[in-house]
Ligand binder design. Structure first.
Ligand code: AMP
Ligand code: GLY
Length: 420
């Protein structure tokens, strides 16, 4: 079977690596891929958002399965375009991907089907929105642009002045373009955050092992938000009891609600959950694998990812036995100095083979490229250095021992991944 993976970050490297272990997969292509993916797949210079480019490539090369990993092509309808050409894809169609594409839609869905989430109100007018925030006079308040905003569309305003700036940026200055046409004002919730990725074919929903992300740039959750500085799996707070509540009150009602709305979802639903004093609540839905959650979840999957993806696409997920290793994984992101703000690239990375010689270490590339036989940095998040060990404490120790061996100019990483 020939597989094409769309995307070029650490998540996609992990998916390609796992698919490469399937005896059924003979050839892997990636669009556009990266320096690490190039060791396992043929990288083709097609952008992940180039729907025509991906569809034409898949058609001409008789690709058996195209895995669309990032949010933007899913929300823009890449799966619909592939299927219209008779090609098989893994990922939701445009109608179902709206759970990530529109925060207004996802809140309406949760409200209609009684899925626990933060209380909210939607606004299309900046003045009305600000008048409401002032009348509530409760801080922090949570301000969310409706659409995709490269992970920057959520502002936690601590004061009225901060709220005013956010509303002005999103609704008046339109810094996120049309993504800011509508805004959701949400109740501020507290509690640990857990990421639960699930496989669903629209009939069955199967949760993967839980994970936790570290979004802030610096230790102790300080500094600016990033795409994620590291992850670990399993979460210590996501107990069997909470998992059962989530299955009954959140996962199944979400899948069934989408079916009732004629938006059958086939692919991965990522539930961003907050475990509050009043039980688990949905913070956000994503219509795809998480990054860097995938880097700690898929290494713990015992079975064949390709088989699972085919079963999802053919709606026979109920017949597949999905098993997980009873171990733990920690992924420490090595980023370019300065990320998520200004940073330089093009530095040579050294020490990776030495780090991976430990056997339980896998380095997933997020922003790298190959040049003249060298691996160079090419993005903000550069590597996801991942250890799989018998328990979390050991995995933390093993991951950091590997991190110590890897270096590039101005490399930055958090020292507290997995501790919270
Ligand atoms: P998102 O872009 O939806 O992942 O949101 C970014 C982050 O904002 C989340 O990971 C949470 O830490 C925080 N957040 C979002 N919604 C809420 C809320 N209602 N209460 C508290 N924190 C929130
Ligand atoms: N790690 C969070 C995300 O993938 O959206």
């Amino acid at each position: 079977m020939k597989v094409l993976v769309v995307g070029g970050g650490g998540r996609e490297h992990t998916i390609v690596w796992k698919l490469s272990k399937s005896p059924k997969v003979t050839e892997i292509y990636a669009a556009p891929g990266n320096g690490g993916i190039a060791e396992l797949a043929t990288c083709v210079p097609i952008k992940a958002t180039d729907i025509d480019g991906v569809v034409n490539f898949a058609y001409e090369n008789k690709i058996d399965l195209t895995v669309v990993a990032p949010d933007d092509p899913l929300v823009a309808g890449m799966v619909d375009a592939l299927e219209a050409k008779g090609l098989r894809a893994f990922g939701p169609n445009k109608a179902a991907a709206i759970i990530e594409g529109s925060k207004v839609y996802s809140k309406e869905l949760m409200e209609k089907y009684n899925i626990p989430t933060a209380a909210c109100k939607v606004f299309t007018d900046a003045n009305e929105c600000m008048a409401y925030i002032k009348s509530q006079n409760t801080y922090p308040t949570v301000i969310k642009a409706e659409g995709l905003a490269l992970g920057k569309g959520v502002i936690i305003a601590q004061t009225e002045a901060e709220a005013e700036t956010a509303i002005d940026d999103i609704m008046v200055k339109k810094i996120f373009g049309d993504s800011g046409n509508r805004v959701v004002i949400e109740e501020f919730l507290t509690g640990p955050e857990v990421s639960v990725l699930t496989f669903t074919d629209g009939k069955t929903i199967v949760p993967m092992v839980s994970a936790q992300d570290h979004k802030r740039a610096y230790d102790n959750d300080m500094g600016p938000n990033t795409g994620g500085m590291g992850t670990f799996s399993p979460s210590r707070v996501y107990t069997k009891e909470i998992a059962d509540i989530c299955m009954k009150e959140i996962f199944v009602p979400t899948m069934e609600g989408l079916n009732k709305e004629n938006r059958k979802f086939k692919g991965v639903i990522f539930f961003g959950l907050m475990i509050t004093k009043n039980g688990p609540k949905v913070i956000e839905y994503n219509c795809r694998f998480g990054d860097p959650e995938t880097q700690v979840v898929l290494p713990r999957l015992k079975g064949d990812l390709f088989e699972i993806m085919m079963a999802v696409s053919e709606q026979r997920l109920a017949d597949v036995n999905i098993e997980w290793d009873d171990n733990a994984a920690v992924c420490v992101v090595a980023a370019s100095g300065g990320y998520p703000k200004k940073y330089a690239t093009g530095y040579e990375i050294s020490g990776m083979a030495d780090a991976e010689s430990a056997g339980n270490i896998k380095i997933f590339h997020a922003g790298t490229k190959n040049e003249d036989g060298k691996v160079l940095t090419s993005g903000g998040r550069v590597l996801g250095i991942t250890a799989v060990s018998k328990d979390l404490d050991t995995a933390i120790k093993d991951a950091y021992a590997a991190v110590e061996k890897v270096s590039f100019t101005d490399m930055h990483y958090r020292k507290d991944i997995g501790v919270k």
